[in-house]
Ligand binder design. Structure first.
Ligand SMILES: [Fe+2]
Ligand SMILES: [Fe+2]
Length: 288
């Protein structure tokens, strides 16, 4: 049986009018980020809604069985951003023929108050096919993908107070749960296990990387049926995790002007064929 899976990330939808008319904007980290946004960042993602529509149009031309999304839908995790942006993302994920799976990014869980907002506005994304494997955080989340494949999402994003700290971390509860989950017989026998999170699995930089990436990689080594998917870095790439045969794919950003991207995977038995999607002539297309 063949399966088609599309992985995208880092949509960074523009914030709606009036989003800043809230005391929440006085959070010191948000004030610094707001200046940065206006000076450098915002214009690159100004057409994010058009790019999301472009993805929908691509899916109408090239239907996929599953959509996998690795986070950063918003910019500052403000309530008005959730109310405006969450329905658009959820509608898009519903376009997959069989199902979808998503995790939050650090910009979605920007401040402590964003945690509850994410649970409320992205509630459908917390549904799991294997509730007994989830910790009290709701993760890991499992999505069966036919008889041969499965996707597993775990959360590495968290609110960090200092504006210079955008590091991620796998909560130790989730790390232990993931370790056990990968040994579940109904998981271990699958030919393709897509493991997905927002932060790069193999970057442990203290302020921008995944703080406990070494502990994570330790539990992944020696498993030859894994495919690692992440976002956070806004440029697409793929490589084997050093010292292993495990392929890793960064989707880049769906909406960054001049660098719009996603990955499309076709599974046939043991083989995995990956192609890169890019924005050309005002539409998404597959490039070699
Ligand atoms: Fe991002
Ligand atoms: Fe990010």
């Amino acid at each position: 049986m063949s399966l088609r899976i599309l992985h995208f990330s880092d949509v960074h939808l523009p914030f709606p009018a009036g989003a800043f008319r809230t005391p929440e904007i006085l959070h010191p980290k948000r004030l610094v980020a707001l200046v940065n946004f206006y000076l450098r960042r915002g214009s690159k993602y100004a057409e994010a809604f058009q790019k999301l529509n472009g993805l929908r149009e691509f899916l109408a031309r090239e239907p996929v069985d599953y959509l996998l999304y690795t986070g950063d839908t918003l910019n500052f995790g403000l309530e008005r951003e959730f109310t405006a942006g969450a329905p658009r993302l959820i509608e898009t994920l519903a376009l997959a023929r069989q199902g979808s799976l998503a995790v939050p990014g650090n910009h979605d869980l920007y401040a402590r108050s964003s945690l509850a907002l994410h649970r409320k506005h992205f509630a459908p994304l917390y549904r799991t096919d294997l509730p007994e494997a989830a910790t009290p955080t709701g993760y890991p989340i499992v999505r069966w993908m036919g008889d041969d494949a499965v996707a597993i999402a775990f959360n590495t994003s968290r609110p960090c107070l200092p504006f210079w700290d955008s590091s991620g971390r796998v909560p130790s509860l989730e790390l232990d749960a993931l370790d056990r989950l990968l040994d579940f017989p109904e998981i271990a026998v699958r030919r393709h296990i897509f493991l997905m999170t927002h932060y790069p699995f193999d970057e442990h930089g203290y302020f921008h990387g995944l703080r406990n990436s070494r502990a994570l990689l330790r539990i992944l080594r020696g498993r030859d049926n894994l495919v690692l998917l992440h976002g956070h870095n806004h440029r697409p790439y793929t490589h084997l995790v050093p010292g292993t045969g495990i392929p890793l794919y960064c989707a880049g950003s769906l909406s960054k002007a001049g660098g719009e991207s996603f990955w499309l995977f076709d599974l046939f038995g043991d083989s995995l064929n990956a192609r890169h999607g890019a924005w050309r002539n005002a539409r998404f297309t597959l490039v070699e």
